[in-house]
Design a protein around this ligand. Structure first.
Ligand SMILES: NC(=O)c1ccc[n+]([C@@H]2O[C@H](COP(=O)([O-])OP(=O)(O)OC[C@H]3O[C@@H](n4cnc5c(N)ncnc54)[C@H](O)[C@@H]3O)[C@@H](O)[C@H]2O)c1
Length: 438
């Protein structure tokens, strides 16, 4: 696409939204903090306006009456168009005046792989919603925090160990700057999970000795589709769920939710992982169909993780932990000692509640910071993936401390910089990592 890096033109924007003419200009001159802390407007910029980004925008609108979408950035015009149409529909369905909630204008809408930089340069953006493909999250989050914006960042945190260390650094910088980071690991904002986590913390099941976490579900085995004339960058972006360098593979992209619950309930990350995986059904792309990983949390505590994306097989998406005095399902039944558990708020479901918690924390001047939890849960998934791909035991320290480890600096390519510089080369397809020897 030759016009990728051009800002969204006024003509294109007008074509896509009949309401744009009615949008009023943003009042200028007040600092981020004036707007975001207190009871006024919260001005939100979207980075990545695809399926989840658009849904996150409507969740955020629902979370707080002061929220306004004031800027949008996406690689492609059609995604902006679809996102605008969906937000318009949401406003109609909720009898909400579109012009009050959707204030993005052609001047605050940016196309291309560097559009996020232009959005972040806008003074009148308080919060960004980052919902780009996984490989971009570390760079987009770090840039948002550098630019002084509060952030909601979708899970997972990224695809490789250097990316995770970047997210942890961004989290530390956010603390210094008084900025919030909330992650799309929505189970941490879901009342039943919060109740069970609290009860486990109070000793309701004794000491956790082990557990099982699953994301075994369906998944399309159809190959990715390349439209005629489509370059490698666009092809990878439009099919990012099929490529491990874009998604981290599904153990990272999807199973991170359950691995996050394991870290949360155990209160620590594992010390090592040994796993395997493979593929038999998929066509195209370069991901595995399934992973099975033993996570050693030290102190004789093992959690088994399994994930599969194959149609027509047994499905299970949950977590179970076994303690010395009982057991618990992540958001289900707890069998153990009675302990007092407070009420936890969950209005509109966890996808809305995470935005309520984000905005409440900003308004209260007590910014939430979930960067480390997100990075560590993602790193567990990356550890499992590396073990399955290589057939080796992978230690936590190999990814966090041991600079001599072959995986410490493992960087998946193409990188976000390749997308910005136009140096993207798509990988060979149907070629997957094979551990061991024949
Ligand atoms: N929390 C959850 O339950 C949940 C559910 C679904 C997806 N997700 C996560 O949300 C993220 C997005 O997933 P999706 O399903 O919306 O994907 P999607 O493909 O529908 O949307 C991604 C959007 O980002 C745009 N994009 C790509 N690179 C960009 C860049 N460099 N700058 C700006 N825009 C860019 C794409 O054009 C696309 O519009 C992923 O991290 C995914 O794992 C989370």
């Amino acid at each position: 696409m030759t016009n990728q890096s051009k800002d969204c033109s006024r003509r294109d924007f007008m074509k896509t939204s009949v309401t744009v003419a009615a949008l009023s200009a943003l009042p200028l001159g007040l600092s981020n903090k004036t707007y975001a802390a207190g009871s006024g407007r919260v001005r939100v910029g979207m980075i990545g306006c695809g399926g989840r980004g658009t849904e996150a925008a409507t969740n955020c609108l629902q979370a707080d009456d002061g929220v306004e979408i004031v800027a949008m950035a996406d690689a492609f015009q059609d995604r902006i168009d679809r996102s605008l149409a969906t937000i318009k529909q949401w406003c109609e369905k909720n009898s909400t005046p579109l012009a009050q909630r959707m204030r993005a204008t052609p001047e605050t809408t940016f196309l291309g792989f560097d559009g996020y930089k232009k959005l972040l340069a806008l003074k009148d953006v308080d919060v960004v919603l980052i919902a780009t493909p996984v490989c971009f999250h570390p760079v987009h989050l770090a840039a948002a925090i550098q630019a002084g914006k509060h952030a909601f960042v979708e899970k997972p945190a990224g695809v490789d160990p250097p990316g995770m260390r970047k997210v942890i650094e961004a989290g530390e910088l956010a603390k210094q700057k008084g900025l919030a980071i909330v992650a799309g690991t929505q189970r941490r904002h879901q009342a039943k999970y919060l109740q069970n986590a609290h009860a486990v913390g109070q000793g309701a099941i004794g000491k956790i000795k082990g557990g099982r976490v699953w994301w075994c579900g369906g998944g399309s085995s159809n190959p990715p589709r390349r439209a005629s004339g489509q370059g490698d960058a666009e092809y990878l972006i439009r099919n990012w769920y099929r490529f491990s360098m874009m998604s981290g593979d599904h153990i990272v992209e999807q199973h991170v939710h359950n691995l996050d619950v394991a870290n949360w309930f155990l209160g620590r990350p594992p010390v090592q992982a040994l796993g395997f995986g493979g593929r038999a059904r998929r066509q195209g792309g370069n991901q595995y169909d399934f992973f099975s990983v033993d996570l050693d949390y030290g102190d004789d505590v093992i959690v088994h993780s399994m994930c599969r994306q194959v149609k027509g097989c047994y499905t299970q998406v949950s977590e179970q932990f076994l303690g010395t005095e009982g057991s618990v399902w992540g958001d289900g039944k707890l069998a153990g000692k009675q302990v007092a558990v407070p009420e936890f708020e969950e209005k509109g479901g966890p996808y809305v509640q995470e935005h309520r918690d984000l905005i409440k924390s900003i308004r209260a001047g007590k910014p939430l910071n979930e960067a480390r939890n997100l990075a560590e849960s993602t790193l567990v998934a990356i550890m499992g993936r590396i073990s399955a791909y290589t057939g080796q035991v992978v230690r936590w320290s190999d990814l966090t401390k041991n600079e001599k480890s072959p995986w410490y600096n493992l960087t998946l390519k193409p990188t976000p910089l390749d997308f910005e510089q136009g140096t993207v080369v798509a990988p060979l397809e149907n070629v997957i990592p094979l551990p061991g020897e024949a």
